[in-house]
Design a protein around this ligand. Structure first.
Ligand SMILES: [Zn+2]
Length: 508
């Protein structure tokens, strides 16, 4: 069950008496985020979505409500048990800007409220808004992107306090945009002046090379998987599915396997940062290992989801260099472990009486040692284990290196974060921007903006085009045969956002 940023729940109750509910502040999430955790899919928050209100959550968030509710007649529990689930709708900034939500804040008001909250903290913010009654809780909810639920329509304003507490807490734990960075010139200046850049990359930087974005539901690899009859295409990357039937993975592995030594202009940009001594770390979610083709040094790369660079036997854990199994992968074969095969052959040469019975039966998920099988009648033909590329499957832990480096090395050194070609929907990689000190500027480069995390500058468009134009403006020489020498790029500001700019090649 995907649970992250987007999913929050609340039990909302109707109060019968005005002022009987008191707002209580939700404890701020502690700064320490557990970074090393299994890969978790984060639901999109940047699409119009609804979240189910689950019973109980509001009590945790706002215990004060509970102590005030001594008289049960004053409270009508609208959601008890699994009887009724209310849906809370999240508002996007676009909806506020277009003024389509009756009674909501304007986008300008919303931004001012958010900035004020981050500037003075939660207690004081509540004091100067709700306590002094300068704005209703119902309206204030909209400033933090929460639509007052229909079932509370007409209820006293105090009934919105619980929801507001959650809204405020949610906003407060979010990194606020730094107001001083907005323009393309700001981005160029940051590039030139920064010394320790963290570059966070995703599938979008490899798509121009024809490598499918395997998370994209429409254009990516997933659409190619329907013929495999999978209920959820993610199953291809599910470790349990792999252990049961590795042929599913190996039937598509050749499509994501890097074959040529090519790289995109964006990979070239990362290498250029390295050449200029500015690259602190490239955290990549990609498993294609293309950064290496561009010449990015292994010590500068953290492959957050592993890579094809090495492969490990699922049975005996023998490790080989990835290219050892590339020919098998390209032919769609299931690569077998040579170490297992050798020991099986050695076993076969032994005199009959000394042979051990083996429980190994090919591609099963068990990692039991062969001695485990003491069942006399159970005769199995021994088979070698399957070589699994060391990419991180759903259900597997991330490589240790990720959190170690981020927390103990990069966190205090980074002076700029550039996120390129990823919608940041997979935790914990998605948490990187939130883990870093809030004064470190963050630039976002991708085709579409995200709203579940706020960047200081959004540079929208083909990332190869964006980085090549940034380099041009910085006076840097980014050479790549995919960048035409006479390329001209148009930059258009997005209406209503002073920090959002769309890049487009002239004539494209
Ligand atoms: Zn093996």
């Amino acid at each position: 069950m995907p649970i992250f940023l987007s999913t929050f729940s609340a039990r909302t109750r109707r109060c019968g008496r005005q002022n009987s509910c008191r707002m209580d502040l939700v404890t701020a999430p502690s700064g320490e985020t557990p970074v090393k955790a299994p890969v978790v899919e984060v639901e999109a928050v940047d699409v119009a979505e609804t979240v189910n209100a689950e019973p109980g959550a509001l009590d945790e968030a706002s215990p004060q409500l509970e102590t005030d509710s001594d008289d049960s007649d004053g409270w009508e529990i609208l959601s008890n048990g699994d009887e009724a689930e209310h849906t809370i709708q999240l508002l996007r900034d676009e909806q506020l800007r277009n003024g389509l939500v009756p009674g909501a804040c304007t986008l300008e008001e919303a931004i001012a409220f958010r900035q004020r909250l981050h500037a003075i903290g939660k207690a004081e913010f509540v004091e100067e808004t709700i306590v002094r009654e300068t704005v209703t809780a119902k309206k204030l909810c909209t400033a933090f992107g929460i639509m007052p639920p229909a079932f509370l329509e007409g209820a006293p304003d105090a009934c919105f306090h619980g929801l507001l507490a959650i809204a405020i807490s949610r906003e407060f734990s979010r990194r606020p945009k730094l107001p001083e960075y907005n323009t393309v010139d700001d981005a160029v200046r940051l590039l030139r002046e920064s010394k320790n850049v963290i570059v966070l990359t995703g599938a979008g930087i490899s798509t121009s090379l024809g490598i499918p974005d395997f998370r994209s539901k429409d254009t990516g690899l997933y659409s190619k998987l329907e013929h495999l009859g999978l209920s959820d295409p993610q199953e291809v990357f599910d470790i349990n599915v792999f252990r049961e039937d590795p042929s599913i993975f190996f039937s598509i592995a050749k499509d994501i396997l890097p074959t040529e030594k090519k790289y995109s202009p964006t990979h070239g940009f990362i290498k250029l940062l390295q050449d200029k001594g500015k690259l602190l770390t490239n955290y990549t979610q990609n498993i294609d290992n293309i950064e290496a083709n561009a010449g990015v040094l292994p010590e500068k790369i953290v492959q957050c989801h592993g890579s094809f660079a090495t492969a490990t036997c699922t049975k005996c854990h023998f490790k080989v260099s990835g290219d050892t199994i590339f020919s098998d992968i390209k032919e769609g074969n299931i690569p077998e472990c040579s170490a297992c095969r050798q020991s099986i052959e050695a076993e076969a040469l032994k005199p009959q009486g000394l042979k051990r019975k083996r429980s190994s039966n090919g591609y099963q998920k068990d990692r039991k040692d062969s001695q485990d099988s003491s069942d006399e009648d159970d005769y199995n033909i021994p088979t070698p284990g399957v070589m699994k590329p060391d990419i991180t499957f759903f259900g597997e832990g991330l490589p240790d290196e990720f959190g170690q480096r981020l927390i103990h090395h990069d966190k205090d050194l980074a002076d700029l974060v550039i996120v390129i070609g990823t919608s940041l929907k997979v935790a914990p990689v998605a948490e990187v921007p939130g883990v870093l000190p809030r004064n470190v500027p963050q630039i976002y480069i991708s085709r579409t903006p995200v709203s579940h995390t706020s960047f200081d500058i959004d540079l929208l468009g083909d990332c190869d085009v964006v980085v090549s134009e940034l380099c041009r403006r910085a006076g840097w020489d980014l050479q790549h045969d995919m960048i035409p020498a006479d390329e001209k790029v148009d930059i258009t500001p997005t209406e209503g956002y002073e920090s959002r700019h769309v890049f487009q090649v002239v004539g494209a």
